[in-house]
Design a protein around this ligand. Sequence first.
Ligand SMILES: Cc1ncc(COP(=O)(O)O)c(C=O)c1O
Length: 387
Amino acid sequence: MTSQEKVDSLPFIDLRKQFLRLEPALREALLAAAGSAQYILGPQVRRLEEALAEYVGVRECVACANGTDALMLALLAWDVGPGEAVFCPAFTFFSTAEVVALRGATPIFVDVNPVTFNIDPASLEEMIGRVQREGLLVPRAVIPVDLFGLPYDYEAVARIADRHGLVILEDAAQGFGGVYGGRKAGSLGQVGATSFFPAKPLGCYGDGGAVFTNNVELADVIRSSRAHGTGGHRYEHIRLGLNSRLDTLQAAVLLVKLDAFPAELDARQEVALRYERALAGLVPSAPAVPGGLLSAWAQYTVRVPAERRAAIMEHMRGLGVPTMVYYPKCLHLQPVFASLGGRPGQLPQAEKAASEVMSLPMHPYLGPADQDRVVAALLEALEVAGR
Ligand SMILES: Cc1ncc(COP(=O)(O)O)c(C=O)c1O
């Protein structure tokens, strides 16, 4: 089998396909980075930061080691810590709240909108009121997430955040490329954080992340914090920080992939549209994108009946179609957060979503024939497992 045939035989694995398309440019960029011997914070990192800041439409971008650190660096820069409440959706990846607890602050979990899966502004308002009434914690920040690639409800959340003096840290780990009312994901808050984990809309060949902001002073603090809190020179430390630099090699990969990104984002829109047309009225719930928003389609996530989800996924696996559940357990019910008092039934929409969601194969190189296979497998699985 040639390498192209091997890739064609794996229709739902996109990363090899993407590599083959970009191979000449990637080879050149990787060899140049390796040959330069500037492996840490080489010139590619600064070039990437400038290109990313321009793409997102903000003044400053600080590249770092991963998306979790990008969130952490923002909380460090704001000195968020003990006695403070940080509001997070309950239905998201663990990192969103992990960084809050690592800083010694308290994550307060908020319910999500059943259509967008993103933080529900009404629930946010209610939780802020609850914290204020209890008087034990000071409301400090909110971390809305662009789940599955769809930007969160920025205007509604910003209104609430302004009213209560909260800073917004946008978790755009999945949202890079998404648009809200003409503004790019990553720019929808005082600080935005993204991830370049390989499976993200813009992924590198390992771990990577970035922080976005229009606040130049804050960006300087974040730049210092990503390298052990360095000051005027390399061995002067003016604050506690992390070792969270983006490798030069990863920056070189990302510069090539960023060039291809707009076309890939368009291709994702086409794939999503084909799913939408093929599944209309046939699955209990397909994703909906509110007016004025563009999803980066990090995932294409449908709902299926909770009690039949495992059987549906098993049937599809038998037909050669992989599916995934992002995320089967809400954050307020995670064992590590038990001391915060979360209990089942508390955040009904987040819990319902966790029990019903299922993500279908989604990537820019998913061709119509392979997509037809996914749709046929899903419909067959729904029939066999019962609707
Ligand atoms: C919503 C969300 N936040 C944060 C992260 C953390 O990113 P990373 O894996 O690069 O640390 C992820 C990645 O999985 C994510 O999906």
